[in-house]
Write a protein that binds this ligand. Sequence first.
Ligand SMILES: CC(C)(COP(=O)(O)OP(=O)(O)OC[C@H]1O[C@@H](n2cnc3c(N)ncnc32)[C@H](O)[C@@H]1OP(=O)(O)O)[C@@H](O)C(=O)NCCC(=O)NCCS
Length: 170
Amino acid sequence: MVNFLTIMTTIKSPKPFSASRVTLSQLMHLEHANLLGNVHGGWIMKLADEAGALACMRHAQRKVVTVAIDSMTFREPIKIGDLVTFNAVVTYTGRTSMEAEVNVHAENPVTRERSHTNTAYLVYVALDDEGKPTEIPQLMAENDEETQKLTQGKERQERRLKEKRIRESQ
Ligand SMILES: CC(C)(COP(=O)(O)OP(=O)(O)OC[C@H]1O[C@@H](n2cnc3c(N)ncnc32)[C@H](O)[C@@H]1OP(=O)(O)O)[C@@H](O)C(=O)NCCC(=O)NCCS
């Protein structure tokens, strides 16, 4: 029988990248349009945030809130009628915070033409039942590519916290 200690050990044990991977797909409708008739960037930001949050909830097995979003650049417009896919995975863990990488692709479902429109990095904090930041399992790299992602995620988080300190000291 699974007891409380087993559940807590499972939640706190280091987890591989694969534990958090999630894919969200959304067909772009007229309601997603901007004044130019392409997809409004705000929709992409919202869905990227949702995909990142889902990856972090899977990793932490906790509710999470967004604490930081890195700058987002769009390489090309996304069109109404495109199927947009958000692939999210946790790429760095701190004590209570974690970074998610979200890769966004747009596909014309008729021609099957597919483009990588952007990569976004977002940071989330896991919350306990009282809504306070709570400890999360560490992320475990299983190959060279994941080790590199983890190192780069740590560097990005150090840069964010440095920028935060500068902002707060002004
Ligand atoms: C997220 C929140 C709970 C953090 O509370 P806090 O008192 O700042 O807690 P802490 O200072 O302990 O920070 C918690 C973690 O977030 C990280 N963090 C805080 N600000 C950050 C920032 N600007 N960028 C990256 N990470 C940040 C800290 O480094 C810490 O990480 P660690 O535990 O892994 O070391 C609080 O800021 C909050 O509720 N923010 C609003 C969240 C929200 O509503 N999001 C939706 C926006 S519409």
